[in-house]
Design a protein around this ligand. Structure first.
Ligand code: FAD
Length: 292
């Protein structure tokens, strides 16, 4: 099923993200985790694309497995930044051959070794280039793009970031998924600004349950997200107690989701980090709310 149809629901619907293994040896455990999450019957599941594309094969293997065995709609991520046009075309053919209709079109992070290269010669410089390629390859693809309530780290300011986002949507992006955030007010403010800028496609907020203290620093570094005082206090209090931190992190994410739904948002994507138990507890916490 196409994402654009899935996102028309009027009541709360939860989806989960999984990421592919980095090595062949961990493929089976990631596949198993993805299957356990699929058994929870989420609205859909996204499967990320390994940075630099090195493990790209696993993205499709896992996405196809979930779709074919569990009938869960899947969204396969694809990045383009260090790829040639030929490689990207090959990947797109593989996505089509796997029967996957939903593609998250991303630029990806520029590898450190390429930071100083002359980018004018690259086949793909931005996600918008990949969106155009996907549209030509198959007009039936339902295409997603990333957006950043707290601005993409390379962007000079929010006005410029939203202007570039509009170009991405105008090129054929059917929906957007946000970077994680820990303060819902940042999301509401962002939504107001993008709607004012004429971006009308559905936006799915991405929520990351922080379940251990080590994850905090990494998540904040990767996303550049603001950490609210309330959340910092939770990490200060429970960070050294793994079980308590996990429970508190899941409660915080649940609270974020409830507030989003109370404010009219019906689709939330949970960065479940290949953890079926976390996904299950989030759904359990929302069990009387989902569908109402
Ligand atoms: P773009 O939309 O191309 O934007 C990148 C930057 O360039 C922004 O600052 C933008 O304002 C600017 N820009 C855009 N167009 C132009 C232009 N024409 N001229 C000048 N500047 C421009 N990474 C992975 O490796 N694999 C994944 O699976 C993955 N999944 C993700 C899912 C989500 C929901 C999010 C939010 C991020 C994900 N990422 C993933 C990370 C993402 O690849 C990085 O954040 C990357 O740095 C930017 O990708 P993008 O598609 O947003 O890029």
């Amino acid at each position: 099923m196409k994402m654009i149809e899935l996102l028309k629901n009027k009541t709360l619907s939860i989806s989960f993200e999984v990421f592919p293994p980095k090595t062949e040896s961990s493929f089976d455990s990631v596949k198993h985790a993805a299957e356990e999450i699929a058994k929870l019957r989420p609205a859909y599941m996204s499967v990320t694309y390994g940075a630099g594309g090195g493990t790209s094969r696993y993205t499709l293997d896992i996405a196809k497995n979930i779709k074919d065995l569990y009938c869960v709609p899947t969204l396969a991520h694809l990045t383009c930044v260090s790829s040639t046009r030929e490689t990207v075309r090959q990947k797109i053919s593989e996505i089509k051959a796997a029967g996957i209709k939903n593609v998250m079109a991303l630029r990806g992070d520029v590898p450190a070794a390429m930071q100083n290269e002359d980018r004018s010669a690259w086949d793909f410089r931005y996600a918008v280039d990949l969106i155009e390629e996907l549209k030509v390859a198959d007009a039936e693809f339902c295409i997603g793009g990333a957006c950043y309530p707290e601005i993409h780290p390379e962007s000079p300011n929010q006005h410029e970031d939203i202007r570039r986002l509009k170009e991405k949507v105008d090129a054929g992006c059917d929906f957007l998924t946000t970077q994680m955030f820990f303060d819902n007010n940042l999301l509401y403010n962002f939504l107001y600004k993008i709607r004012e800028a004429g971006i009308t496609v559905p936006v799915v907020p991405g929520v990351m349950p922080i379940t251990n203290a080590n994850q905090v620093e990494r998540a904040i570094k990767l996303s550049g997200s603001f950490m609210p005082r309330r959340f910092q206090s939770i990490v200060d209090k429970f960070g050294s107690d793994p079980d308590a931190m996990k429970q508190a992190g899941i409660a915080y994410a649940t609270d974020q989701i409830i507030d989003l739904y109370a404010n009219g948002i019906t689709n939330v994507h949970v960065y479940s980090m290949n953890k079926p138990d976390v996904a299950e507890r989030i759904l359990y916490n929302l069990s009387d709310i989902i569908g109402k």
